[in-house]
Design a protein around this ligand. Structure first.
Ligand SMILES: [Zn+2]
Length: 314
């Protein structure tokens, strides 16, 4: 009898506890379903993707504005408090945000933290020798790789806020179709450059995936991360290459000081050849909010138009 009573008590207690837990989850879920999801994204590109997929369901803050270099970025106190108040944090991963790994680890214990590159198949990523055993993080320059990141964002939002999963699915499908058109645009435009001139020289090695996807040879003055310094030997070697191949233009990047590319231009001139600066590319940060380059689609178009304008020639 006593045994039976204990069993009944445990059963009731168990039921109560599981009810309580379910109620708790349900309250949290209803709470999210009835208000906007507060999202903190690191780069502008990620923030833009979350906005496109989340629509009115999300309020997004991007920590890194125009001209900001994510490799060197250190979170401010304000950033940390913004992150700790967020429902979800989206970051690039693959060590792009080189100085923020510890913060993400800490946040992960309490807040839904998503590396948008996590579900890209590793066979599609490159690990250049210069980046010491790590993968190249600049995935947004192969539009098809970025589409994988967008799919991951959509799945993460749907998991977090399942009652609006349909909205995320619909928005993602629409955005992915614009990205599909963008991919075709980039391919067609780059094909207008004469084959021997399809060489892209920039301040740092951000455009490797771009070159691989769209058929351009890519050379960066600095390595994959801007944390490495450029040596004079690198400048001279690249200058020699430019003269040898008679490359008409090289490019500055908005998130890297122009002095590196200017030094390269001077080194080329001292070898008796003129290479022009073909314009400014958005590499690791987008343009000002409210301008066409302030969103990913416009940023990529700007880059492609600038590259083609300078290299296609007459
Ligand atoms: Zn970079």
């Amino acid at each position: 009898m006593l045994k039976y009573k204990n069993f009944a008590f445990l059963l009731v207690l168990g039921l109560l506890m599981s009810c309580g837990k379910q109620d708790g989850n349900q309250t949290a879920r209803e709470d999210i379903a009835q208000r906007q999801i507060n999202v903190v994204a690191t780069t502008g590109m990620i923030g833009d993707a979350v906005r496109n997929v989340g629509g009115e369901r999300v309020a997004v803050i991007s920590l890194m504005g125009p001209g900001v270099d994510p490799h060197l970025y250190k979170a401010s106190e304000g950033d940390v408090s913004r992150m700790s108040r967020a429902d979800m944090i989206f970051y690039n991963g693959l060590h792009l945000e080189g100085k923020m790994a510890e913060i993400f680890e800490k946040m992960q214990q309490r807040i839904q933290t998503v590396a948008v590159t996590d579900r890209i198949e590793r066979t599609r990523l490159d690990s250049p020798p210069a980046f010491a055993g790590n993968y190249d993080p600049h995935v947004w320059f192969d539009v098809t790789l970025w589409m994988e990141a967008v799919r991951h964002i959509a799945e993460s939002l749907a998991e977090f806020d399942p009652s609006h999963a349909g909205i995320y699915q619909t928005n993602a499908a629409r955005y992915l179709s614009s990205l599909d058109s963008l991919h075709a645009y980039v391919r067609d435009e780059i094909n207008r450059i004469p084959e021997n001139r399809r060489v892209l020289i920039t301040a740092h090695d951000a455009f490797h995936y771009f070159g691989r996807a769209y058929g351009m040879e890519v050379r960066g003055l600095q390595g994959i991360s801007t944390a490495s310094e450029t040596g004079t030997a690198d400048v001279q070697e690249l200058a020699r290459f430019i003269v040898q191949r008679q490359i008409p233009a090289i490019f500055v990047e908005t998130s890297v000081p122009p002095r590196y590319i200017e030094a390269l231009q001077a080194a080329v001139k001292s070898r008796g050849f003129d290479v022009k600066i073909g314009g400014s590319l958005f590499s690791d940060a987008m343009g000002n909010p409210g301008t066409p380059e302030g969103v990913y689609l416009g940023m990529v178009r700007h880059n492609v138009d600038t590259i083609v304008g300078a290299l296609a020639g007459k």
